[in-house]
Design a protein around this ligand. Structure first.
Ligand SMILES: [Zn+2]
Length: 672
């Protein structure tokens, strides 16, 4: 127990002396040599260590030793190496090559202290350019008539990229390099001067930190404009630098925003800012939905991320009317209507691109609850190989269903189970110039080139029934019906398949057998179902173990008992669990993967349907004859491979019967 006390008191003493020491670098050096007294017989003194170093090296090494990222022993070692290499290298570059420090550690240590060396020297010392290149650029500047400055010459000669250069300039000036998230940039700050002023002065306000405005310069030459900036944003502003790309994006973003709103009140502009902030934060977190919920005393905003609702922020209830109006303006619905449910869409433009948003207003006792669904971007269309089907199941699905010329393919699952993504990935995989694909969707969620898509719109009487009546007359090869929701759409699907079409559609049922049973209950003849439906793919989404913080994990005997397994059953399996990190917001999960149950209708299953067997009987026959692997079994298998967890499987997947042993499942599913 004595040791820690002694150490901490020594530490206290040292810190005190350190603060008063004139030359802190020297002090730290002597402190560190004292530390290594046992291992090192000869203690290099500070003077000895610095002898023969250039001023620039002395400045950098001093900072590195002071911040503790290098020890004097390491510096000594690097210098010995340096004396032996043929082509001399800067000391900090050598220390990186010797794995004493990383580049990030060096940058962190240098951050916040203005450096006295020139920018050119800094670039050389940190290994961004060679000494010879710097000399070349300096010579060019001396002989250049165009009066380009050194920075410009370095960039023009491709000796360094602009972004690195600006980062290095920020480092030299001792100011931070910032590129804050757009949701943090307050567009209202720009109203203090005309937009041209910011462009001319090469600076933008990027946010507020405890009532001080932070500005970012894009060009170190423009730092002389600091005085002008102080007149506008106050004398105690915070200075930083940013990249040209970021600077230009922000200017463009503000320009677009100011076109949309002229002469609006402060609460309105506050609402505009808030809506931007909420949507941008949701995009950044990869949320699928935004819930904006009024209650008696506040407005709560939550995001659905990886299928789970998570708290974002609360706001005072006074903001509710202006916030709701702002969203209504964006999606062009009746702003005065507050007593009826409404729906609309927004094409939301933001600096990195644009996004389709589907908005629903639901009248509640405390005002309108707004749910915004962030529709997947076009670029995120997957191929069927990418949705997460196990290799053997994928092959069966392609051969037994997707690539067959005709028949109904049903994709089933509850809302938010990823059905739509799977349907689109099917379309994407069979879309070619020889095939005519036509859809009736409510609404179209991805736009795919080369196919005909129709968005159902009951408001103008473009109903599902009306659309389906016309769809077969369009001479299609493949018909995609968004969802089977009634007898009529079920009949159309079956009729189209009977006349030789391939029909892709979704159905809202628990599992694959449930899909068949529901069709039977819709008064469709059993023999029609058995002869047209080729396959039913049931699916769910489960959260994936976060790859950044996953660790091997052995399920306990109790956990295994729930599944009917013993510890012997899980040998050779690699269960994983997320410890929780900042990347996964300490949940241990990041992203989701599909869990599938594929039923390909073989002769035995067809007969079972015609004989009107019960769902349990059909299920048993499917497992025995058609090799059906249930949702639960596929989930457990993916947990055994370390992709998800048993907790997640039990939370998300239906338990209809006891799962088979993992060794047996391996035969049906193969590795991943
Ligand atoms: Zn994590």
């Amino acid at each position: 127990m004595k040791l820690p006390i002694r150490v901490s008191s020594t530490f206290f003493m040292v810190t005190k002396q350190l603060n008063s020491a004139k030359n802190r670098n020297q002090y730290v050096m002597s402190l560190q040599t004292n530390d290594s007294i046992d291992t090192e017989k000869l203690n290099p003194q500070a003077e000895e260590l610095e002898a023969g170093l250039s001023n620039n090296e002395r400045e950098l090494i001093g900072i590195f030793l002071k911040s503790g990222i290098l020890t004097s022993k390491q510096v000594q070692h690097a210098r010995r190496v340096s004396s032996k290499v043929e082509t001399p290298k800067p000391l900090s570059v050598l220390c990186k090559e010797l794995n004493f420090v990383t580049h990030d550690q060096i940058l962190n240590a240098l951050r916040g202290t203005p450096l006295s060396m020139s920018l050119g020297d800094l670039l050389v010392e940190l290994g961004h350019i060679r000494r010879a290149d710097l000399q070349l650029a300096l010579d060019m500047r001396a002989n250049d008539n165009s009066q380009r400055d050194l920075d410009q010459i370095l960039v023009d000669q491709c000796l360094i990229d602009e972004e690195t250069l600006i980062r290095m300039q920020a480092l030299k000036l001792g100011v931070p390099f910032v590129e804050p998230d757009f949701s943090e940039v307050d567009r209202r700050l720009f109203s203090k001067a005309p937009l041209n002023w910011y462009v001319k002065h090469g600076l933008i306000p990027v946010g507020r930190e405890s009532n001080r405005v932070r500005i970012a310069f894009v060009d170190p030459q423009k730092v002389q404009n600091l005085g002008d900036a102080k007149q506008i944003f106050g004398s105690d502003l915070l200075c930083s630098m940013t990249s040209r790309t970021y600077f230009e994006k922000v200017i463009e973003w503000v320009k677009r925003g100011s076109k949309k709103r002229e002469s609006i009140s402060t609460t309105e502009s506050e609402a505009v800012r808030l809506v931007d902030k909420i949507i941008l934060a949701a995009i950044k977190r990869n949320a699928s939905d935004i819930h904006i919920e009024p209650s008696s005393d506040k407005l709560r905003v939550r995001f659905r991320q990886d299928g789970v609702l998570t708290f974002f922020e609360d706001y005072p209830k006074e903001i509710i009317p202006s916030l709701t109006s702002r969203i209504k303006v964006l999606c062009d619905v009746d702003i005065t209507e507050k007593r009826r449910h409404q729906g609309g869409r927004i094409l939301y433009e933001y600096p990195e691109g644009e996004l389709d948003l589907r908005v629903s207003f639901y009248v509640s006792i405390h005002g309108e609850k707004v749910v915004i669904r962030l529709l997947s971007r076009k670029g995120m269309l997957l191929k069927i190989d990418e949705v997460g089907l196990s290799p053997q199941i994928l092959e069966q699905f392609k051969k037994g269903a997707l690539y067959r010329p005709s028949g109904v393919i049903l994709i089933t699952g509850p809302t938010g189970s990823g059905k739509t993504t799977t349907v689109y990935s099917c379309i994407h995989s069979i879309n070619d110039p020889q095939t005519s694909i036509i859809t009736a969707e409510e609404p179209v969620e991805y736009v795919i080139d080369g196919i005909t898509q129709c968005s159902i719109n009951p408001k103008i009487n473009l109903t599902f029934q009306e659309t389906l009546r016309h769809i077969v007359r369009q001479d299609p090869d493949v018909i995609v019906i968004g969802e089977i929701r009634d007898n009529f759409s079920a009949e159309i699907a079956v009729q189209a398949a009977l006349t030789g079409h391939k029909v892709l559609t979704t159905f809202h049922t628990e599992d694959s057998i449930g899909g068949l049973i529901r069709l039977l209950k819709m008064n469709i003849e059993a023999f029609l179902i058995s002869s047209t439906v080729v396959s039913v793919l049931a699916q769910r989404l489960v959260r994936k173990v976060c790859s950044k913080c996953s660790e091997p994990y052995k399920p306990t005997a109790a956990e295994l008992q729930v599944l009917g397994y013993t510890t012997d059953d899980i040998v050779e399996m690699s269960f994983q669990k997320g410890r929780g990190c900042s990347d996964c917001l300490h949940t241990g999960y990041k992203g989701r993967i599909g869990i599938f149950e594929l039923l390909i209708l073989d002769e035995f299953v067809r007969n079972a349907i015609i004989d009107m067997k019960t769902s349990q009987e059909i299920r048993q026959i499917s497992i025995e004859s058609a090799g059906l692997v249930t949702l639960l079994e596929e989930g457990i298998y993916k947990a055994a491979l370390g992709i998800t967890t048993i907790d997640e499987v039990l939370r998300c997947l239906p338990w209809l019967q006891r799962p088979r042993p993992l060794q047996e499942l391996r035969r049906y599913l193969g590795g991943l």
